[in-house]
Design a protein around this ligand. Structure first.
Ligand SMILES: Nc1ncnc2c1ncn2[C@@H]1O[C@H](COP(=O)(O)OP(=O)(O)OP(=O)(O)O)[C@@H](O)[C@H]1O
Length: 854
């Protein structure tokens, strides 16, 4: 699996859960994968077909998303296509049936309407899995319910014994249950990872839909995009899209609209230009929701609050999928939440209605919260946040920290007025009473005669509403819903906690109540004080150049990186593809830091796959060489990578303090040459007659390892055999690293391992990984020399002999070798690793298969 990972994707190690999920799929198990946006879910269904050589069918809700994914996979040398109404190539259908694709994307409509014969042909050529991407669409509780997703279970009888894999980034418990039931998943392996997107800065502010606000926003965006990177602005209506785009264009920002009322041609053009970095800003409705796979969006701005936190998480999660710093600003007005009551009253099932209302309330609570945004989001998805202050959201980044204010007096006023209204009204009535309104309904109820009438007029209605939300969130007030034929009405009353507060306040005199201000209250106070509020779009935004500097890049290295960005852009243009599909910005940063002088070294860099080297390697190397010559920078710099916590290993940053040029001395190269080219043993090298005095074998080994780390070739089979480094050891070390979650420090890894595995073994394992070598995974047969029958070979080493048969590739036709066990072991099948084999059969295997070591 690691070999395929490096070969096609360029990565050395799996992210959390990826390997387990892929293994379960290979074992034929149904899986439910709930992992954060950008955490690497796609890999889970893209890898099994490359291992099994059987097509993976992927159900995806949007054509644009499928097109993006197909484009990205092709740039990795993976055969991918899609089937759906937008497919113009009529041969795709029949080619799919002939098994010509590794990954075949299909819309749910296409999948459900495909004939039984289509599925049986496909099954005949081999189907490794059926993946349902964005699986939350099956659930009415999901934020993006699609009825056609609910019919997908009809595919089950067409694909017997094919594992079904449901994947989503956003699924509350209810949605997860719906997915399992609707897709009829059996005996499911479930993987749920953290929802935290630590590289995203979250911020929330109030706003008004006025031209003045839009102009201000446009000016901010103009300043911000000048520093590079793409921006996505989400609006809740088509009208908003038009108005925001107009303001941006007037200010000189290169922006285009995207919504369902535009022709599909226009939408495609916008999507394409955005993906290919020919357009910096797209202003869109949710129509641009899941359909965007671009990993390097640096800012997502919401002009109006989306209708649920799932939608917000999904849309804001489009930012920074490459793991580099990104920001998400959400602007909301109270009007955004009123829509919930309207939608909930329309003609839908009760379950759906409740789901809609609950979703709006959750979004409102999030906007009004004065606590950590990240924790609020995580808690909504049922995850406990371990940190109190995330340090990367507007509330946690307040210059003076979160401030609390004495709010006993306004609390007393509002609670008393709510009580006066007797739980028959929503929040507006008590606020109007407090602010001294003489509206008819107030006079009719006689509230204008109450002693609290007009006592709260110094504060604006919005301030009081913000405060009402605060008291609701803190449990002093209680909200209930009343369903009428035309709408759902939210009623507010005093909760038990509020009653207790009121009674203690009246008995003891003044009771303290310290609360922070909500964003709305802060804005209102600023407005009242005549202070301009800041839009904050750029708050939390770190320019790429600042990010690189803080990650240890010198000015020269930043120049190399920028030059590589240009180089990537021209490669993408020539190949009619998106720059990100060629390789990610993070990979380019690693290349700029390492500055490889040859293909072997380029290949070693994390994120560089074999296709990139084959297609663009020489161009990248020439660019680096000329750039370095001009800047006086050395080539072949070896940098170290700091692994972040497991969920964010993609966001590994490059640091310089530990960066050193590896010092490959003449003595080291000499040792390597003697071992690799002259095939002397470690012992022979250590005790060469011409040495004045023998050196330690360990020293020779260390010399060779240093050369290998620096990119020198090595015969791995012989090397492992001589150092007695076996697959079993390697597996144990890998598991230990997975447990520890990092390979930065060796001690914690060693502590997970038995005594028999040394530090040297761990270093060897890491070296092999860094060079993209791994033991063949499945196809290992271990023979005991004593089990070999006549005519036995004279054997020098008395221990086990490992024979790796890379059979599926080497002898696909051979009846003996096509099915595991590839050697038909007449001599017994004691266990998978240890089989007694007649020598004749063994010889067939050895002759026909590629022998890695024997
Ligand atoms: N093992 C890995 N090591 C490093 N990077 C990885 C690894 N697996 C995936 N990635 C990279 O992470 C990025 C996000 O991956 P992917 O698109 O699969 O995420 P996703 O979970 O499907 O996101 P979304 O929910 O937005 O569709 C991609 O650039 C991908 O190449």
């Amino acid at each position: 699996m690691e070999t395929v990972l490096k070969e096609f994707f360029g990565y050395r190690s799996f992210r959390p859960f990826q390997k387990e999920i892929i293994s379960e799929i290979l074992n034929g198990k149904d899986c439910l994968v709930v992992m954060a946006t950008g955490s690497g879910k796609s890999m889970c269904y893209q890898m099994p077909p490359l291992i099994t050589k059987k097509t993976a069918v992927v159900i995806s809700p949007l054509i644009s998303l499928m097109q993006d994914q197909v484009m990205g996979l092709r740039q990795r040398g993976i055969r991918a296509e899609f089937l759906g109404s937008a497919q113009t190539d009529s041969t795709v259908d029949s080619r799919a049936q002939r098994g010509e694709f590794d990954v075949l994307y299909m819309t749910p409509e296409k999948a459900c309407s495909s004939s039984a014969s289509f599925w049986s042909s496909l099954l005949h050529t081999g189907v490794s899995l059926l993946a349902v991407d964005e699986a939350h669409c099956v659930s009415e509780w999901g934020h993006d319910f699609r009825p056609e997703y609910q019919k997908l279970d009809i595919l089950r009888p067409h694909l017997p014994r094919v594992p079904f894999v449901a994947l989503t980034a956003t699924a509350t418990e209810g949605v997860r249950e719906d997915i399992v039931t609707s897709l009829k998943l059996q005996n499911v392996f479930t993987a749920i990872s953290s929802f935290d997107r630590s590289n995203i800065f979250y911020g929330v502010k109030t706003f008004n839909r006025t031209s003045a606000f839009r102009e201000e926003l446009a000016r901010e965006v103009y300043k911000d995009v000048a520093g590079g990177g793409s921006t996505l602005i989400y609006c809740t209506t088509v009208k908003d899209v038009g108005e925001v785009t107009e303001a941006l264009i007037k200010t000189g920002v290169d922006a285009r609209p995207y919504h369902a009322q535009l022709s599909s041609k226009l939408r495609e053009e916008t999507h394409r230009a955005f993906s290919r970095d020919e357009l910096q800003v797209v202003v869109a409705t949710v129509a641009f929701g899941m359909g965007i796979d671009k990993p390097d969006i640096r800012r997502v701005i919401h002009y109006g609050c989306p209708k649920s936190l799932e939608a917000y998480y999904q849309e804001s999660g489009r930012a920074g999928r490459d793991g580099l710093p990104a920001t998400s600003w959400l602007y909301f007005t109270r009007q955004d939440f009123v829509k919930g009551d309207f939608y909930a009253s329309s003609n839908v099932s009760e379950a759906r209605r409740n789901a809609v209302l609950e979703a709006y309330s959750a979004a409102q609570r999030y906007c009004s919260s004065s606590g950590c945004r990240r924790s609020s989001l995580l808690e909504y998805f049922g995850e406990k946040s371990t940190r109190k202050n995330c340090g990367n959201c507007d509330n946690c980044c307040k210059p003076d920290g979160l401030q609390f204010f004495e709010m006993a007096e306004p609390a007393h006023l509002l609670l008393t007025t709510v009580k006066l209204c007797g739980g028959k009204w929503g929040m507006n009535m008590p606020i109007d009473v407090l602010r001294g309104s003489n509206a008819r309904k107030i006079v009719e109820q006689g509230y204008d005669k109450s002693p609290v009438h007009g006592l709260g007029r110094k504060k604006s209605a919005l301030w009081w509403k913000g405060f009402g939300d605060q008291l609701l969130a803190e449990g002093y007030l209680l909200e209930t819903r009343k369903i009428t034929p035309v709408a759902q009405i939210r009623l507010v009353s005093v909760a038990f906690k509020g009653e207790t507060f009121l009674s203690s306040a009246s008995h003891v005199g003044k009771t303290s109540l310290m609360l922070p201000l909500t964003p709305e209250m802060v804005d209102e106070e600023k407005k009242q004080a005549g202070l301009a509020r800041s839009l904050s779009v750029s708050e939390g935004h770190v320019s790429m150049s600042d990010h690189l500097k803080s990650s240890g890049f010198s000015e020269g290295e930043i120049t190399v990186y920028n030059s590589l960005l240009d180089c990537r852009l021209s490669m993408a243009k020539r190949n009619f593809t998106a720059p990100y599909a060629i390789c990610s910005e993070l990979t380019l940063q690693k290349i700029a830091k390492s500055r490889p002088s040859n293909e072997a070294r380029l290949r070693m860099i994390e994120g560089v796959n074999q296709w990139l080297v084959a297609q663009h390697g020489s161009e990248i190397l020439i660019r680096i060489k000329t750039c370095c010559e001009r800047l006086g920078l050395s080539l072949d710099h070896v940098e170290s990578i700091v692994q972040r916590p497991p969920n964010h290993d993609d966001t590994a940053t490059l640091v310089s303090p530990r960066s050193q040029e590896i010092n490959i001395t003449q003595a080291k190269v000499e040792a390597w040459k003697l071992w690799q080219e002259k095939e002397l043993s470690l012992f022979e090298i250590a005790t060469l007659p011409e040495r004045p005095r023998p050196i330690k074998e360990d020293t020779v080994l260390a010399y060779i390892c240093e050369c290998v780390a620096a990119g020198y070739e090595i015969n791995w089979g012989r090397f492992c055999s001589e150092t007695k480094f076996t697959k079993a050891k390697s597996d144990e070390i890998r598991e230990a690293i997975e447990k520890v979650g990092s390979s930065e420090a060796l001690k914690p890894i060693k502590e997970q391992l038995p005594e028999s595995i040394s530090y040297g073994d761990i270093k060897l394992h890491l070296l092999m990984l860094s060079r993209g070598f791994s033991f063949p995974a499945e196809d290992v047969v271990v023979l005991q020399s004593s089990q070999l029958q006549s005519p036995a070979q004279p054997l020098d080493n008395a221990g086990d002999i490992e024979i790796s048969l890379i059979c599926p590739k080497v002898v696909p036709q051979d009846p003996v070798l096509t099915k595991p066990p590839w050697i038909s072991a007449e001599g017994g099948t004691a266990s998978r690793q240890r089989r007694k084999l007649p020598i004749a059969t063994t010889q067939i295997a050895l002759k026909k298969a590629k022998v890695w070591d024997a």
